[in-house]
Write a protein that binds this ligand. Structure first.
Ligand SMILES: C[S@@+](CC[C@H](N)C(=O)[O-])C[C@H]1O[C@@H](n2cnc3c(N)ncnc32)[C@H](O)[C@@H]1O
Length: 552
């Protein structure tokens, strides 16, 4: 992908000949770009679409300049974020860059990112704004440190030019993760010895990118997960891999099982993986149960069920009872399932988090797109239906819902709709607080998607490729947990206040990603999320407005 940006960011300091742009316009220029960046982080989509969606009213040359700045900032985003960890401008300049910004203002982080881009990577290497505009001096105060730090990163990465630090496709693969599986019968010490024999040295601390020939314990899941350089392949034909003792699994994909099994004690009850194939999470849950007790695994697709069976056999999971069945057909009160206390729900999703490329950013959005939105709506309806079914299990006290999607439609909005459902209220389902959901993981939910409730947003996990994982989302429902009505803490009018789930609406059952029809106990009926209701309302309004225009 190559994006042309053959114009400069002009203003009255260094403008194109004959152009005079006011200071206010320049400030808006940076703010607009930052607003669009915020929108992209939350919703993905294309850069072009993000301008309008973020409420930026720019056309022609101005829109082009803003778009170029956004694209260029995204290309350097990983290195800019790295700089912000060593030169923490956001905390050093709190007054100018507050943690919470007013409604309709860009986040401080996005604003700093676009300013840093211009200072460090634009052709003129400067922030094109008046010195009186507070964000500019706040960044400039750290100019020397930033430049020195950038040179250090450049040397460390072996890049001749700073432009070579731009993100390229495949960056997300710079780390390969291997999970140790104790079910296979060998110890971690034995794995370490094996790796030493293979020529790998274990580091005491995390270093990114992982140096050639080295590996280390992942800082968030140190007992089981190990990070290797992106180009490693020692496991090909290796006895540990073939014997199921070493499992290749992305870091984010390990999180749901870990969160599900928090404070698990043997004898508490049974566990259930509602959507199990290919079985990576199932095998991790099994390991966290020490391969004891009973773990029910549901998988609806016949082909994927075969893969699941193979995977479980290879990983030596002897406590799993796998069945090729639809989870929503299961009877929560049955003798077989009534002792289940924990459920893992990792249903089919759009998979948008797995995208490791920037090309989606420049797609034209002529169709950003009704069909895409419709697909997300269907998925969200199906995902919600799965959660509501899990809520019915009489003895379940913990349900982890995860997706490999970065779309709020499938993540926070589904969770909010589930929390607003009648059954959640009746049975006291809420969210587990951050303390029980890998609290050391920094990237949490989007408060604007939780009705402004920061505690709710904090209680869920989001991952993005720049976290050296796939894009991912993890939430954890518990009885008597945090609920939407437990205090809105953000001084902001929520952009989308969740409403009650509308149930049921007589329509065909929704189809999910794989194109298979979903069916639950509300057979032939479709549950609508708040997002779906909102979208339908907007569509109607638009149609009305169009009609009015035609008449006029
Ligand atoms: C995202 S994948 C699960 C990945 C798995 N948790 C892992 O980590 O290996 C979703 C799976 O759920 C299955 N599935 C979808 N709807 C289902 C349902 N209603 N009941 C059981 N399985 C379902 C799909 O066939 C697919 O294999």
């Amino acid at each position: 992908m190559r994006i042309s940006a053959n114009f400069s960011y002009s203003d009255h300091h260094c403008s194109r000949p004959g152009t005079l742009v006011s200071t206010r316009a320049i400030m808006n220029f940076y703010k607009s770009a930052a607003l669009a960046l915020d929108h992209l982080e939350k919703n993905q989509g294309s850069v072009k679409g993000s301008l309008a969606a973020a409420g930026v009213n720019a056309v022609g040359g101005e829109a082009k300049r803003i778009l170029a700045l956004i694209i260029e900032t995204l290309k350097y985003r990983p290195v800019l974020l790295q700089l912000l960890t060593t030169v923490p401008i956001l905390s050093l300049e709190k007054l100018t860059f507050p943690r919470k910004t007013p409604f309709r203002a860009p986040s401080s982080q996005s604003l700093v990112l676009v300013l840093l881009h211009d200072l460090l990577f634009s052709p003129r290497a400067r922030i094109e704004a008046s010195d009186k505009w507070p964000p500019k001096p706040a960044v400039m105060r750290h100019q020397a440190r930033l430049k020195a730090e950038l040179v250090r990163i450049q040397i460390k990465e072996g890049k001749g030019r700073k432009e070579d630090l731009a993100k390229t496709a495949g960056d997300g693969e710079a780390v390969r993760y291997v999970r140790f599986n104790p079910n296979a019968g060998r110890t971690l010490e034995e794995l370490f010895e094996h790796l030493t024999k293979k020529g790998y040295e274990r580091l005491e601390e995390a270093v990114y990118p992982v140096p050639e020939g080295k590996y280390f314990a992942d800082p968030h899941l140190p007992e089981v997960l190990f990070a290797f350089p992106g180009n490693s392949n020692w496991w090909v034909g290796d006895e540990w891999y073939e014997g199921g003792g070493a499992i290749l699994q992305d870091k984010a994909s390990c999180m749901p099982a870990r969160v599900l099994m928090e404070e698990w004690v043997e004898g508490e009850g049974e566990c259930l993986d509602a959507t199990a194939a290919p079985g990576n999470k199932t095998s991790y849950v099994s390991a966290l149960m020490s391969n004891k007790g009973k773990l029910h695994a549901f998988e609806r697709s016949p082909n994927r069920f075969k893969t699941l069976e193979k995977m479980l056999a290879k990983a030596k999971c002897t406590n799993v009872k796998a069945q090729r069945a639809d989870f929503t057909d299961s009877d929560p009160k049955s003798k077989e399932l009534k002792n289940v206390t924990r459920i893992l729900l990792d249903p089919s999703c759009s998979g948008s988090g797995i995208v490791n490329r920037l090309d989606y950013l420049v797609d034209d959005d002529t169709e950003e797109s009704d069909s895409k939105n419709e697909r997300l709506e269907k998925l969200a309806g199906f995902q919600l239906q799965m959660i509501l079914h899990a809520f019915k299990f009489p003895n379940v006290n913990r349900i982890v819902y995860s997706t490999c999607s970065i779309h709020a439609e499938e993540d926070e909005r589904v969770v909010m709709s589930a929390l607003q459902s009648g059954i959640a209220k009746e049975r006291g389902w809420g969210l587990a607080r951050r303390a029980g959901v890998i609290p050391s993981w920094e990237r949490r939910g989007r408060p604007e998607e939780t009705g402004g409730n920061e505690d709710l947003a904090e209680s869920v996990i989001r991952c993005l490729p720049e976290d050296k994982t796939n894009g991912f989302f993890v939430s954890c429902f518990v009885r008597n947990g945090l609920r939407p009505e437990d205090g809105v803490t953000r001084d902001q009018r929520p952009s989308k206040r969740p409403r009650d789930v509308i149930e049921p609406v007589a329509e065909d059952a929704p189809a999910e990603g794989g194109g298979e029809a979903e069916a639950g106990d509300e057979r032939g009926k479709k549950l609508k999320t708040e997002a779906q209701v909102e979208r339908a309302r907007r569509k109607k309004q638009l149609q009305k407005a169009k009609k009015r225009k035609t008449v006029e």
